[in-house]
Design a protein around this ligand. Sequence first.
Ligand SMILES: [Ca+2]
Ligand SMILES: [Ca+2]
Length: 110
Amino acid sequence: MRRWSLRAVLLVLLLIAAVTAWYSPRIREMIAGWFRETPDEVRWQNPVEPHDVDDDGTVSPGDALTLINRLNQPEAERALAGDPPPYWDVDGDGHLTSRDAIRVVEALDR
Ligand SMILES: [Ca+2]
Ligand SMILES: [Ca+2]
């Protein structure tokens, strides 16, 4: 009778674990998320609170002012570049426009 080496047993167990993990939708989605790039239109919108432009945890007039100041710069300097925060795209359309500032002001008015 042939005996299995410890290395072979560990390899089989590892293979079983990998196959089991791959067929678990939750684990497969988690692994896929590691390699998925975030689209730019989503990257510039705060995922927790879209109106919190500076990501300080509150929606304040400073968030609207941050957007208004950026909107007053020449168009070439308004391009969404670098890494957030600030989260320039409040409405999630992929662009910084006056509508984003209006959305923050509306949120302050509630
Ligand atoms: Ca804020
Ligand atoms: Ca926008």
